[in-house]
Design a protein around this ligand. Structure first.
Ligand code: NAD
Length: 260
């Protein structure tokens, strides 16, 4: 990963922007959770970088059409690092940011639930791609705890059907090819329009429509800070691009969060 150490003067400048902003919006991606042991998709050690075939597991068309893909998906969920992952310094810095009182929204593409586990408020967090900790039936819409379904996989069901209607079960996350939840994505985009300071953190900004939040906020007059080790297509419209490690730079910007 080609990250560079962020000079103290840049950190101070961005800290000043946080202090003077009225409505901060933060957009996070998989890169904020790599320090918690959850690999991203497209980074140098990303799941798809290491195994391009893994992309099929995140596509609803393969998932619904192919029982073998579903069996692989259940095995992958069984062993997912999210079950034991703990929030890291980056997540905790965003709790500190919320405590400052000017966080308008924390929009996340992540499905690991770590922002809520860290302590950000339910009403601030927009999980635009859903949450891995719940399961859903694609036919009848039943929802329940993921661990209950994983218990069935552990007991030998390779592709457990819905206990209510026999339909296909899946994590309650948005795969490629699946529709977003309108009220969640609309709430996130509204926040992007209203913010005066937008952070895009740990995202390659290649997944749309959520990546549009960056140019939308910029067009509405917000300052843009992009924190990502690699380049993104929106680096040229950012007021500041930080390529340092998120777990180091975010606590420097937001102030360290001292757990009680
Ligand atoms: P991505 O994999 O496309 O990009 C992640 C970016 O983060 C990369 O450019 C990488 O260089 C950077 N990065 C990784 N660790 C970093 C660090 N410590 N410091 C600085 N930069 C770092 O991720 P994305 O843009 O979020 O899009 C992928 C999709 O995958 C999303 O829709 C998300 O739902 C899903 N996803 C989620 C998780 C999770 O919930 N933790 C994990 C993998 C993928």
């Amino acid at each position: 990963m080609t990250n560079t150490k962020t000079p103290p003067a840049i950190v101070e400048k961005v800290r000043g922007w946080v202090e003077s902003a009225k409505r901060v919006v933060v957009l996070t991606g998989a890169g904020i959770s790599t320090d918690s042991g959850i690999p991203d998709f497209r980074g140098p050690n990303g799941v798809w970088t290491r195994d391009p075939k893994a992309e099929k597991l995140s596509d609803i068309r393969y998932y619904t059409a192919d029982p073998e893909i579903r069996k692989l998906s259940w095995q992958s969920r069984l062993n997912h690092p999210a079950w034991t992952a703990q929030p890291n310094a980056g997540h905790l810095a965003l709790v500190q940011l919320e405590r400052r009182g000017n966080l308008r929204a924390l929009v996340t593409q992540n499905i690991d639930g770590l922002h809520l586990k860290a302590g950000n408020s339910r009403d601030k967090v927009f999980e635009v791609h859903g949450n891995l900790h719940k399961a859903i039936c694609l036919s009848c819409g039943w929802k329940g705890p993921m661990q209950d379904v994983l218990d069935r996989v552990r007991a030998g069901e390779q592709d457990p059907p819905c206990a209510t209607c026999g339909g296909i079960l899946k994590s309650d996350t948005i795969s490629f090819g699946q529709s977003l939840i309108p009220e969640v994505i609309e709430g996130a985009m509204r926040a992007a329009q209203e913010t005066d300071l937008l952070f895009a953190i740990g995202s390659s900004l290649q997944v749309f429509p959520i990546a549009h939040a960056v140019p939308i906020a910029q067009a509405a007059g917000a300052r843009i800070v992009i924190m990502n080790a690699e380049s993104t297509q929106f680096d040229d419209i950012a007021d500041v691009k930080l390529s340092g490690l998120i777990g180091e730079d975010l606590p420097r910007i937001c102030g360290r969060f001292d757990a009680a």
